[in-house]
Ligand binder design. Structure first.
Ligand code: ADP
Length: 429
């Protein structure tokens, strides 16, 4: 890999089936355009000659099937060419999925089995390129006119909405290389933590809700049923993480399991699939371009993601600071609430809280800097099963005046007064 280069215009000629791997510098954005030939970024084709501006720290690759010349303007942390990529194997998977979509489309919509397109789940350790592969498969499908559903179960580094959430959204166009997944009206459930071990039962319950909701939507929409779905998962593949993968495969009725870069996981899933004749487990090579991100980087990426939700990638959104009375908002948490001390329980009783119990939270300083979800629930007992409208960020708690100040994507009343709290916090910078 190269060292930091000066900020100058530079041209790069790419041979067929090779890619230019780039890490944008940490301070300034990078401009890039396609001068001639054809090229794509994670499955999304570049328009000729149009400058694209990539934000600091973004890591990506410009791949070409037939050759291209790229022009760059700005500082990079790294940029280098690679002619060994797993792209041919990835596009072969796409071709197989395409065949299944076409078969589903020409089947009678009354045959719920045959008219169902591929349900692909991408699994593997962290930093194996799961999100990237999901994105390519979605963009290639969208380019051919399908509207596949993207399901993101990664509560740590998800790409649909703020961390701590699981979400789904139809992909109607190849995913923009800069903007990512469009944030319009995704179906979101808020878990509230960035690791599933905080409350495994809750994580599972929300995955069930999401799957059920999608099932209902598919039942009424032959087009999206035929296009199928691509499910991105967490990098947690050991122990409980593995159980959660099996759970997701079952609950979403996945029929294609793509395993990235892990022999052991592949053979385990292959063995499980022996009893499920309609599930194909496919091993795929991890790209050498996938960049490993350490815990600190992930933490930072989560903070940027929250910032992006409120302010936009290029500071192009104007969130609104609102003030409410304590009595206007009802904050709840799910599970993990204050547990009775052992001494207060009958002898022999276990002081474990019900992981799915929804309990009201007193508004106090503990709420400062938390990210809360705004539930669509109409009653507290619907909170667990309801998706969320969006998020607010608590910026001030005035105990004396009983006023709470929060940042919301827009001005005006919240869609509901039921807010869900987890452990997700953010320090605005
Ligand atoms: P995972 O979802 O398995 O954790 P990602 O797909 O998010 O992994 O990839 C990790 C990082 O590597 C991301 O920042 C991604 O943009 C980057 N990346 C993936 N493939 C390439 C590539 N071929 N060249 C350069 N960067 C890449």
């Amino acid at each position: 890999s190269g060292s930091a280069s000066a900020s100058t215009i530079k041209q790069v000629k790419l041979e067929r089936e090779s890619e230019l791997r780039i890490e944008v510098g940490s301070e300034t954005p990078l401009k890039l355009r396609l001068l001639n030939g054809s090229a794509e970024i994670f499955g999304s084709e570049l328009a000729p000659e149009i400058w694209l501006t990539f934000p600091p720290r973004l890591k990506f690759a410009v791949f070409t099937w037939y050759g291209a010349t790229i022009e760059m303007d700005g500082a990079t942390e790294t940029d280098y060419m690679a002619d060994e990529t797993p792209m041919v194997s990835y596009v072969n998977v796409h071709a197989v999925l395409e065949g299944r979509r076409n078969r589903a489309k020409t089947s009678s919509p009354n045959d719920s089995e045959a008219s169902q397109g591929p349900r692909v789940i991408v699994v593997g350790p962290t930093d194996s390129g799961k999100s990237t592969l999901s994105r390519m498969l979605l963009s290639w499908a969208a380019k051919q006119g399908w509207k596949p559903t993207f399901v993101d179960l990664d509560i740590g580094q998800g790409s649909i909405t703020v961390p701590g959430s699981i979400a789904a959204t139809p992909i109607e166009m190849p995913i923009d290389p800069v903007e990512g997944i469009p944030l319009e009206m995704p179906l979101v459930y808020y878990y509230g933590h960035t690791t599933p071990s905080n409350n495994v039962d809750l994580y599972k319950a929300l995955v069930n809700e999401l799957a059920q909701m999608l099932e209902t939507q598919f039942a009424h929409n032959a087009e999206s049923r035929a296009a199928g779905m691509v499910i991105n998962t967490m990098g947690w593949i050991e122990g409980t993480g593995y159980e959660l993968l099996l759970h997701a495969i079952d609950i979403f009725k996945a029929n294609v399991v793509l395993v990235l870069g892990q022999e052991k996981l592949f053979s385990m899933l292959k063995a499980v699939a022996k009893s499920k004749p309609n599930v194909d487990v496919v091993k795929l090579q991890k790209s050498g371009g996938v960049v490993s991100r350490n815990a600190k980087f992930r933490q930072k990426a989560r903070a940027y993601r929250i910032r992006e939700y409120f302010y936009g990638l290029a500071n192009d959104l104007s969130p609104h600071s609102n003030i409410a009375n304590f009595s206007d908002l009802l904050v709840y948490r799910i599970g993990g609430g204050p547990q009775a001390p052992r001494s207060a329980l009958p002898i022999g009783a276990d002081p474990v809280a019900n992981p799915l119990r929804v309990t009201p939270v007193n508004i106090d300083q503990d709420l400062l800097h938390t990210v809360l979800a705004v539930s669509y629930a109409k009653e507290p007992d619907q909170i667990l099963s309801s998706n969320v409208a969006g998020f607010v960020y608590i910026t001030d708690i005035d105990i004396q005046r009983k006023k709470i100040t929060y940042l919301a994507p827009s001005a005006g009343d919240l869609p509901s007064k039921y807010l869900i709290m987890g452990t997700l916090t953010w320090l605005e910078t």
